[in-house]
Design a protein around this ligand. Structure first.
Ligand code: FAS
Ligand code: PHB
Length: 390
């Protein structure tokens, strides 16, 4: 097989890239190791930044998003039994977030791609990416028990945190920056109407909790646990008990419902520098991981491929290489800004082992300041809805 851009991975990064390239008349083939129904059922992110929503609109891929997505103009920080609203849109000239499950985005992007004859090969696991310093890089992949090859001008490594593309960059070239936070999130989907209009981030001495949602009938809830925690340690009763205690506020109650999905996700920051080598370009989780507290993972993936698509379009239309050469540096400015914001949100809202009364008072002081100062709240708001310029 042969194409102009070989894309490894059909997550948000790979799929948005395929659409962006197509709008520039650039051909691609997406190789996805899993089957279609698996990637379309995988529960992950839930919050789209303004920039992501705007891009999907520009690409004409937002029909269902506009119908089913929930636009939110504020979030709540809850601590000491009180809720404090951060008016995101008031503080950012009208920018907002949209709550719309990542699996819905993936469904929409796959359907739209296939509808126009876009090439997505499911069950095609890339096993190696070779000759990336040549002008004809090669992806070897396993498909229907056969090893096949896909030749291309460029390879986009969009295969997430467990893919093969990052390891195609020589170890002596690659620098990995990693921080493992001593916390994880137990995430559940509950078949019950959300007990809140807007997301609630709760700081509590028992630990962090987050009330999000996926639809008017489906709540998405997270409770801080330990990185080595197991789902078996968490009965439904224990999950609801912890959520009730951590969200407790006079005059407010949390509705319970059947838990239809549950998983534990460790909180960590990982950044690979550079995000490119030869004709291989990394994008999304293949290049960086952020703790989910800032609701950034998916959005950062989209901002990477926006830069990559622009650089590839420039190369194909004019042969100019400058934007391609600057790809990694351009993306890493936003990556580190988002890493810092996600670290800041995680540090402010979680209780860490070994913390005592002193640290508790520091947490409270910071939360009161963020909720009480327009300047501090604006800083949170502009990072949360997504910075236009970094
Ligand atoms: P993805 O991981 O989404 O996509 C990579 C794709 O590549 C996958 O479909 C995979 O099957 C495929 N692939 C892997 N290896 C391959 C190979 N060798 N060959 C071919 N294909 C291969 N972010 C948030 O903002 N909020 C959240 O609440 C949140 N929760 C998360 C929960 C979990 C369990 C995980 C793992 C991540 C979560 N994230 C969350 C982050 C997540 O949303 C990512 O940031 C987002 O999926 C990034 O998109 P991609 O870079 O496209 O990577
Ligand atoms: C989600 O809805 O899954 C979600 C929302 C906000 C976050 C993380 C996850 O910070």
């Amino acid at each position: 097989m042969r194409t102009q851009v070989a894309i490894v991975g059909a997550g948000p990064a790979g799929l948005v890239l395929a659409h962006l390239l197509a709008t520039n008349g650039i051909e691609s083939v997406v190789l996805e190791s899993r089957e279609r129904d698996y990637v379309e059922r995988r529960i992950r992110a839930g919050v789209l930044e303004q920039g992501t929503v705007d891009l999907l609109h520009q690409l004409g891929l937002d029909t269902r998003l506009r119908r089913e997505g929930m636009v939110h103009r504020g979030i709540e920080l809850r601590f000491e039994g009180q809720s404090h609203r951060i008016p995101l849109s008031d503080l950012t000239g009208g920018r907002a977030i949209t709550v719309y499950g990542q699996q819905e985005v993936v469904k929409d992007l796959i359907a739209a791609r296939l509808e126009v004859g876009g090439q997505i090969l499911f069950g095609a696991e890339a096993v190696s990416i070779d000759d990336i310093t040549s002008t004809r890089p090669l992806v070897r992949f396993r498909h229907e028990e056969q090893i096949e090859t896909l030749e291309a001008d460029f390879v986009a490594g969009c295969d997430g945190s467990h893919g093969v593309s990052r390891s195609a960059i020589p170890a002596e070239v690659l620098q990995i920056f990693q921080k493992d936070y001593p916390v994880a999130w137990l995430g559940v989907l509950a078949a019950v109407a959300p007990s809140t209009e807007e997301l609630i981030y709760a700081y509590h001495q028992r630990g962090f909790a987050l009330h999000s949602m996926r639809s008017p009938q489906l709540s998405r809830l997270y409770v801080q646990c330990t990185p080595d925690d197991q789902l078996d340690n968490w009965s439904d009763d224990r999950i609801w008990s912890e959520l009730h205690q951590r969200f407790a506020m006079d005059g407010w109650s949390l509705a319970e419902g059947p838990l239809v999905d549950r998983s534990i996700t460790p909180m960590r920051s990982v950044i690979a520098e550079p995000m490119q080598y030869g004709r291989l370009f990394l994008a999304g989780d293949a290049a960086h991981i952020v703790p989910a507290t800032g609701a950034k993972g998916l959005n950062l993936a989209v901002s990477d491929v926006r830069v990559l698509a622009g650089a590839l379009a420039d190369w194909y239309s004019s042969g100019r290489t400058e934007l391609l050469e600057r790809y990694s540096g351009t993306c890493l400015r936003r990556v580190w800004r988002v890493e810092h914001f996600s670290w800041w949100m995680t540090s402010m809202l979680h209780r860490f082992d070994g913390e005592g009364p002193f640290e508790h008072r520091l947490h409270l002081s910071q939360l009161r300041y963020v909720c009480g100062s327009t300047a501090a709240a604006t800083s949170l708001a502009e990072n949360y809805v997504g910075l236009e310029q970094v």
